[in-house]
Design a protein around this ligand. Structure first.
Ligand code: F6P
Length: 553
């Protein structure tokens, strides 16, 4: 399964890197007229533009040779065949099966799962229908007006991000009103408290979303939500009418007190951070309607097909992965900045942060040995124009650099004149500024033209020049709709798996989150009972003692 990376053409890549070290992006952009044709790809309503990467034709060829030698195509086939690419948990990772059409086939562990997937989609469709036509009523007979999704990580970020991104396309229920969507993830009671203060117990549907149904934060919030509901009514059907679950774990759902007839299932071959396409997407289906949810799945499916079929040079996911290898392993970047120039995509950086950092933050390969190359990088970001007035200074002039990913949408969903051209002009300008920079000579000429005295020009020139040569990728969507958003997310998913393949690591486990969880359990016991007997280092013990004296009983 894992590749022998010694056989991969890293030396050729290092040669390309050393040659390009002395060629600036501004020279590449002017000296290679074929860049636009070569480095822009149109796919499923997206325009992917790598022209501002510090790569020339020969470097791309070296990267394609890497893709070839690492057999990325075979890795995709293995994943698609349902092989257990999640080696440490001995599972398939086949979220692509969730977006297959009803007449397709996909066998996982000897079972064709497409029928199961569509049975759950149909059950979701049934609930969506009943909520929208007002026949699913709460304990007092009133229809649902608010939905509160209680989940965390992959059971929160996907539906939260998608509902926000596609809010302008939300489908009204029969009463003409769009559902009021809320998401609670944080164990901090303030989060749930705030939402409960905004909703009406008679008209609220709680979705308890947890793959394992064992996550402390989610279960604590779910219990508090249930107690809140039961403080308002003693109706015997209150919980069954107001709570549904999304999980792979029917027993725990039943133990919590949710009737498993109100449970929407998924499977262990769906990783949490890849689960937005499963029943975890229930809030999306409720908000956008089933047609919207199915269009979201179809957008992703178009990308699945592309990624499986296209050769490296025409394969968007492979090129994204190869660019990351170039920037991180060859040029030494340790972070990547995701900059959506669209308010609707405000939560995309957080979503990708989990998808990428939980998948690629691994320090051992499949076989338990250390990777030969650095693996996952820090992923962070914010909506672009806000970022410009916050952290772009460092991106432009800092001594460290990070490759950036600009994401824009050609069509706005609002009707306010003037805003959108300004927004997108900023996106284009930032990519240009990072790539080209401004030389001291150019900065001096500008200041001289402004009439600054010569001494001032000399003094300020180093401060007012920009090194440039900072690479970026620009992703532009025709419009933001369920298809294009599905396509965009699927593209990132494939990129993540391909990167993991290149590094020889498992993208689908997350053991790194366990230690903190385990220790939190002990600390909690020590808060409750000082002599609980857990040994801590002196600093930790002192912190526990300090807090224990102050925590509310
Ligand atoms: O943070 C670890 C993690 O397991 C994520 O991978 C997952 O998305 C999240 O917790 C929530 O898990 P669950 O859906 O089982 O509650």
């Amino acid at each position: 399964m894992s590749q022998t990376h010694a056989a991969l053409p890293w030396p050729q890549l290092a040669e390309a890197r050393d040659r390009l070290r002395h060629i600036r992006l501004r020279d590449l952009l002017t000296g290679e007229p074929e860049r636009v044709e070569r480095d822009v790809l149109d796919l499923a309503g997206m325009r992917l533009d790598w022209t501002r990467q510090r790569l020339d034709g020969a470097a791309w060829q070296a990267l394609y040779a890497l893709a070839d030698a690492a057999r990325l195509d075979q890795a995709l086939e293995r994943q698609n065949r349902g092989e257990h690419v999640n080696t440490t948990e001995d599972r398939a990772a086949l979220h692509m099966a969730l977006r297959l059409p009803r007449n397709a086939q996909c066998v996982i562990d000897g079972r064709d799962v497409v029928g199961d997937v569509h049975a759950v989609l149909d059950a979701i469709g049934n609930l969506v229908q009943r909520v929208h036509d007002g026949s699913h009523v709460g304990y007092s007979g009133r229809p649902v007006r608010s939905v509160v999704n209680i989940g965390i990580g992959g059971s929160d970020l996907g539906p939260r991000m998608v509902c926000r991104a596609l809010a302008p396309l939300a489908v009204p229920a029969a009463d003409g009103r769009v559902l009021d969507m809320h998401f609670v993830s944080n164990i901090d009671g303030a989060a749930l408290d705030e939402v409960l203060g905004q909703v009406d117990p008679e008209t609220t549907l709680f979705i308890i979303a947890s793959k394992t149904f064992g996550t402390q934060e989610t279960l604590t919030n779910a219990r508090s939500a249930r107690s809140w509901l039961l403080r308002h009514t003693d109706h015997p059907e209150a919980v069954s009418r107001h709570f549904v679950a999304v999980s792979t774990h029917a027993e725990r759902v039943a133990a919590f007190g949710i009737d498993t007839r109100n449970m929407f299932g998924f499977w262990d071959w769906v990783g949490g951070r890849y689960s937005v396409w499963s029943a975890i997407g229930l809030p999306i289906a409720l908000y956008l309607g089933m047609d919207g949810f199915r269009a979201f799945l179809a957008g992703a499916q178009a990308v699945d097909q592309h990624v499986l079929e296209a050769p490296a040079a025409a394969n968007a996911a492979m090129r994204m992965a190869l660019v990351d290898v170039w920037n991180h392993n060859l040029l030494g970047a340790c972070a990547r900045v995701v900059l959506p120039y669209d308010e609707r995509l405000k939560l995309l950086p957080s979503y990708l942060q989990q998808a990428e950092m939980e998948s690629l933050g691994k320090g051992v390969r499949h076989d338990g040995t250390a990777p030969e190359h650095e693996t996952g990088s820090l992923v962070w970001g914010a909506v672009g124009t806000d970022g410009q007035h916050a952290f772009y200074q460092l991106l432009h002039q800092g001594t460290r650099w990070a490759p950036t990913e600009f994401i824009g949408v050609a069509q706005p969903e609002h009707g306010l004149p003037g805003h959108h051209p300004i927004l997108l002009a900023n996106l284009v300008a930032q990519a240009e500024a990072l790539a080209l920079g401004k030389t001291a000579v150019e900065a001096s000429a500008e200041m001289a033209a402004e009439g600054l005295p010569e001494a001032e020009v000399t003094r300020l020139a180093p401060h007012r020049s920009f090194p440039g040569n900072r690479p970026s990728t620009v992703i532009l969507l025709e419009r933001l709709d369920p298809q294009t958003l599905g396509a965009l997310i699927a593209l990132y998913e494939h990129k993540i798996y391909l990167l993991a393949t290149l590094w020889g690591i498992n993208a689908f486990d997350q053991w790194g989150v366990e230690l903190g969880k385990q220790l939190a359990g002990r600390v909690l016991e020590d808060f409750a009972e000082p002599g609980a007997g857990h040994a801590h280092d002196g600093a930790t013990q002192a912190t526990i003692d300090w807090l224990r004296a102050r925590l509310p009983q």
